[in-house]
Design a protein around this ligand. Structure first.
Ligand SMILES: [Fe+2]
Length: 173
């Protein structure tokens, strides 16, 4: 029995959570004021870029785990289906949020746009936190008990290769 994979993914979650907290901090500073949001656009967009890169690599790693778990769990129901659907929801919310954020500099005093952007960001933060909480508290402890040591070692090697590969920023939403 081994759980190196779980520890590795938990560290990923820690990095993601630090980025979410950074984003939370900026949102708290600017609130939904049009001018403040526009002046913080570059800072927010920088955090979203980093978050996007981390998230993309992280979900790719988790997908390696999920594919391996198909020997233990059904593919079309239960935890694998729920968690995969949440990954898709997170990416969808993320791309809507980026679109709303990208439109901010052009809104010039349109008070609805910053509020809409903020609500997308808050929604995305909540979605990611709820999802990671579920994995941390339910899925990962179960994996730590179930995963055979040889599979654990193999998956860890493959996950590390995902991190090492340069991200293709152009392919990100
Ligand atoms: Fe996940």
């Amino acid at each position: 029995m081994g759980a190196q994979t779980v520890e590795y993914l938990l560290r990923d979650h820690g990095r993601l959570e630090r980025l979410l907290a950074e984003l939370d901090g900026v949102l708290d500073q600017v609130r939904a004021e049009t001018d403040a949001f526009v002046s913080h656009t570059r800072e927010i967009s920088g955090i979203l870029d980093r978050l996007n890169n981390e998230l993309d690599a992280h979900v790719e790693k988790e997908e390696l785990l999920f594919a391996a778990l198909e020997s233990f769990f059904p593919r079309d129901s239960g935890p694998l289906m729920v968690l995969r659907r949440e990954h898709a929801d997170i990416f969808l919310t993320f791309s809507r949020m980026r679109k709303a954020g990208g439109a901010l500099p052009a809104t010039n005093g349109n008070e609805g746009a910053p509020a809409r952007f903020e609500s997308y960001v808050r929604g995305a933060l909540q979605l990611m936190r709820d999802h990671m909480y579920k994995e941390d508290r339910v899925l990962f402890p179960m994996i730590a008990r179930l995963i055979p040591a040889d599979l654990d070692a193999e998956l860890l090697g493959r996950m590390r290769a995902v991190t090492a590969r340069p991200l293709d920023a152009a392919a990100l939403p």
